[in-house]
Design a protein around this ligand. Sequence first.
Ligand SMILES: C[S@@+](CC[C@H](N)C(=O)[O-])C[C@H]1O[C@@H](n2cnc3c(N)ncnc32)[C@H](O)[C@@H]1O
Length: 214
Amino acid sequence: MEKPDLSGAYALNGPDDCRRLYADWAGSYDADFAATMAYRLPCEVAATYARERTAAMAEGDILDVGAGTGLLAAALRGLGIGATIDAVDLSTAMLAQAGRKGLYRALIEADVTRPLPIATRYAGIVSSGTFTHGHVGPEALDRLLGVARPGALMVLSVNRAIWDAKGFDAAFAALSGRITDLAMDPVAIYGADARTADPAHAEDTALIVRFRVA
Ligand SMILES: C[S@@+](CC[C@H](N)C(=O)[O-])C[C@H]1O[C@@H](n2cnc3c(N)ncnc32)[C@H](O)[C@@H]1O
């Protein structure tokens, strides 16, 4: 089989495709993808979360959505965030890699577009790299609101190219009354090294979307 890469990830179509690709990619994802592409989204999401969280939510639990190998939890810890973090992801293989890092309380194998088997109500919900081509669209927002406590802070990256295609404007408009303080900032997904590693995707951008649960 071909070596898994970003083009393969963007071409995914549904949960079974996703599980297959990440089963092959999990062991090399950090070294072959994140390092060579100077992948920035986990740090961008973590920085926004650290800046926007309030003192009241400092110790509340955090859910990392599509946690993969755990890069976002590592970035949150790197910024001094000590709260308990749970991981939810479709891929057993990616969660196994995340588990090795010892950063999460729970590793929850679930599809975030379906009803979630989660009783915790989180003070923070974060996600990097999961709202993208062939992965997760705005249909997951309602599921995530269902596991957030009132006042929770949500910080999600959304690949800029799927924002219009998947109807995020309409999806957020439909959540009016259930969320407050919606704001977003554009960021580069990759650093300068990506121009050599994968020129086709080197200039890709995302929106770091933040809001509070009413
Ligand atoms: C590009 S990786 C990002 C991983 C990590 N957050 C990061 O920034 O490195 C996308 C992750 O989303 C997960 N994923 C895709 N679709 C999902 C779904 N419907 N429910 C839960 N996780 C999903 C994949 O298994 C994969 O681990």
